[in-house]
Design a binder for this molecule. Structure first.
Ligand code: SAH
Length: 284
């Protein structure tokens, strides 16, 4: 495994302030700071280039001759493997658990419906409150008998495909759209990992204009308040009479304004988590 050069500096007070200013000028790729129990700060810089550290050390010492500075080498982290440590299973709503592909033991052990997500650049691993709230809304719609197998869905802003996959696993068929090409690719990959038939969850690049086959029994849209306000008339037109709509990506402080834009569907039920609100409408 390749070695990475590490510089560690312990400083406090004015020395730490000057050091921060010097690092800001010289270390474009960033550094870490850790508060020590002693009240001092540990600064940690990494580089592949040992010459960079030679120059950096002599420049820092020209300003701060007594700096407590040490250099060593550490094995390079395997970033792909490192990712895996950060990705933990997420239980969401009454029905779902979001797992990474390598979590086979958790998959065998759970009674919940697993959604397998390959953590990539597209948004939607279930760790974010806005996604978890949508999975909760989906569970609740299903538990209350408001959506059922054989019905249709639209997942607007599908990201990793997580919500569309969850709906397909409940037996619905539908479409996910996203303007971001990476999201489209990641959602198709996740569809395959979850063994969802392509016709049960089609994915298209774009926004509302790319949607076909509506109106739907269930519409899920985890985008942000501003696009939700702009898209309100078109999005409401995609909800069948008697259908369900969950809107997410909305700050609690924005919930009232978004509710008003969708008032034609009635008064929403609002779930919150952290600073986020999810608005659930049943179009009667
Ligand atoms: N549905 C996933 C991802 C949400 S992130 C989840 O719940 O976790 C929001 C996604 O919406 C992003 O992938 C983004 O590309 C997409 N998006 C942003 N604006 C959009 C718009 N106007 N129409 C459709 N999708 C949009």
């Amino acid at each position: 495994m390749p070695e990475l050069n590490r510089m560690e500096i312990i400083a406090s007070g004015e020395e730490a302030e000057l050091l921060t200013a010097l690092l800001a000028l010289r270390v474009n790729h960033g550094w870490e700071e850790e508060d020590l129990p002693s009240g001092e700060t540990l600064f940690r810089v990494h580089t592949h280039n040992p010459l960079f550290f030679q120059e950096l050390e002599s420049e820092l010492r020209s300003y701060l001759p007594n700096l407590d500075l040490s250099l060593d080498q550490i094995p390079e982290l395997d970033w792909v493997e490192g990712w895996k440590e950060f990705f933990t299973p997420v239980e969401a709503g009454s029905r779902f658990i979001v797992l990474a592909p390598w979590m086979e033991a958790e998959r065998a052990a759970t009674k919940r419906t697993p959604i397998i997500i390959e953590p990539k650049t597209a948004f939607g691993t279930g760790h974010h409150a806005t996604t978890a709230l949508c999975l909760q809304a989906l569970s609740d719609f299903y538990d209350a008998g408001r959506i059922k197998s054989g019905q249709t869905f639209l997942d607007l802003g599908t990201g990793s495909g997580i919500l569309g996959i969850a709906a397909a696993k409940l037996g619905l068929t539908g479409i996910g759209v996203d303007p971001d090409l990476m999201a489209v690719e990641n959602s198709l990959e996740n569809r395959e990992i979850n063994a969802i038939a392509p016709e049960a969850f089609t994915v298209a690049r774009g926004s509302l204009e790319a949607v076909s086959g509506g109106p739907f029994d269930l519409v899920l849209a985890n985008i942000l308040a501003e696009p939700l306000l702009n898209l309100a008339p078109g999005l409401m037109a995609q909800v069948k009479p008697g259908g369900c709509l969950a809107l997410s990506g909305i700050l609690i402080s924005q919930a009232e304004k978004v509710s008003q834009a969708y008032a034609a569907l009635g008064e929403p039920r609002i779930f919150t988590r952290d600073e986020w609100a999810c608005l659930c409408f049943y179009a009667e």
